[in-house]
Write a protein that binds this ligand. Sequence first.
Ligand code: GAR
Length: 200
Amino acid sequence: MSLKLAILISGRGSNMQAIHRAIKEGRLDATIAAVISDQPAAPGLAYAQAEGILTHVVEKQKGEDREAFDRRLIAQLEEDPPQIVALAGYMRLLSPAFIGHFHRRIVNIHPSLLPAFPGLHAQRQALEAGVRYSGCTVHFVDEGCDTGPIIDQRVVAVLPEDTEETLAARILEQEHQLYPACLQRIAEGKVKVEGRKVLL
Ligand code: GAR
């Protein structure tokens, strides 16, 4: 059964593009109901528009708190309710109300092997910690910061000459494969959560 997605972005949107490519190439049985950005100038919006994908901007207003902002985001999403809300470089923390509304239906990609290096600048954190391997993680979103049930991960070697940029680029290549593959497993009904864990 085709999986109906809404994708939230804040910037470049290369993961959103990878998801869209996977759909076009028949590797992912899904449709994209909308791409929503909190940033009106997000470069990913132009790609989505050029590809004929419906886009919306839900921008934080001056003095608006997270709950009020997320209520507007929920209202926008519910205009054409998705089965899965896929975060793809969406750089805003979600309120408990939003997470509760889409319970176990929000998926995120993060550029580290969680639970290592949650939050911002995950690649920089990995370099500073001197780890030999990092990678990326696709996980369900819960109330914590990058703490939800892990769906799958890819390992990437950290090289002695790596900068934040080169490491980020090597991890990103894996992100572009991992995210569509995880969404396909969800589309096939193969991802079951028990307690805090996704069953293998
Ligand atoms: C990706 O590396 C993604 O994993 C990361 O931001 C980048 C977005 O790139 N997300 C986070 O760090 C979330 N905490 P994209 O806009 O090209 O998909």
